[in-house]
Design a binder for this molecule. Sequence first.
Ligand code: SF4
Length: 327
Amino acid sequence: MDTEGRFAEKTTLHIRSLSATSPAMRAMYDYDPEHENIPADTERDLLLEKVAPPVFGVVRKFDGRLLVLLSYTCAAHCRYCERQDRVGVGLDRRGRLTTGQLDDVIDYIRSDESITEVIASGGDPLTHPRGLEYLFGALREVEHVKVLRIHTRFPLQTPRQVDVDLMGRLATCKTTVFLSLHVDQPDELTPEVVDLIGRFRGQGYILISQSVFLKGVNDDVETLATLFGELFFLGVRPYYIYHCQRIETTARFEMEFDDEIKIMSTLRERLSGLAYPQHVLDLPGARGKVVVPSEHWDFDHSRTRDFDGRELSTDTWQVTTAGEQQP
Ligand code: SF4
């Protein structure tokens, strides 16, 4: 079919080989024409990431932290991607940040001493290795930047294409460099991936993971207990598990919020605290990730408040009351 303007199917040899035996891998990567035969809405700005950036290619939502969207390309396309309005379509046509655009980003970081943490994201920053090394090399000299972070799914999607030497150089750009791996299913932790994780540890990275609750992929206690337990044993600290963002093409993956809370409550009783991630809502149209309490607390699941004090319904994800005026 013609997938022009759509978030097209894209996989790797590694994913295709796992998909032969793993229904979860197929659910994560197989294009589903029944639900996805819709052009991507490139105007959508679910997480306020397109609001007038100070320079092209960055997102500035919080003091102290800067997200750099180095590349709008990924090794493969996850069907539940919340950035599918940019990855593979829309902004992806502009590809990776050019050296000139990176110079603007670096100048911006240099000029703002409040920026202490820089997060390389995308798309996937490992699809732009030269740009990543250029950015991190420049930030090595910027005293006020204390922490660098790389957020990637590339090693899970095509482990043999990871440039291990480059990863070693990036790990030494600052004293503290975090490597955040996006992992959703134990089937992704193949021997090749486990080997890579061991190498990353040896290179000095602080390893964390991020996951998304996905119907048909990891929607039960046993799957997630296995995933978080294995990551923990490998030296990867599970950091966040998100509620899947609600957009038309990803609706089939969205779990009942109450089911997620039940699963997390059971996991809290089973897992070591170090293997237990924060369950978070990245609130649509709002600022900030809010942490969801477990059932060990009595609370009203139907409403939450964003960082600006506005109340949102967890049924519709719409703002229901205005918040406090921010200073
Ligand atoms: S790797 Fe991340 S940005 Fe790329 S398609 Fe998957 S979820 Fe989206």
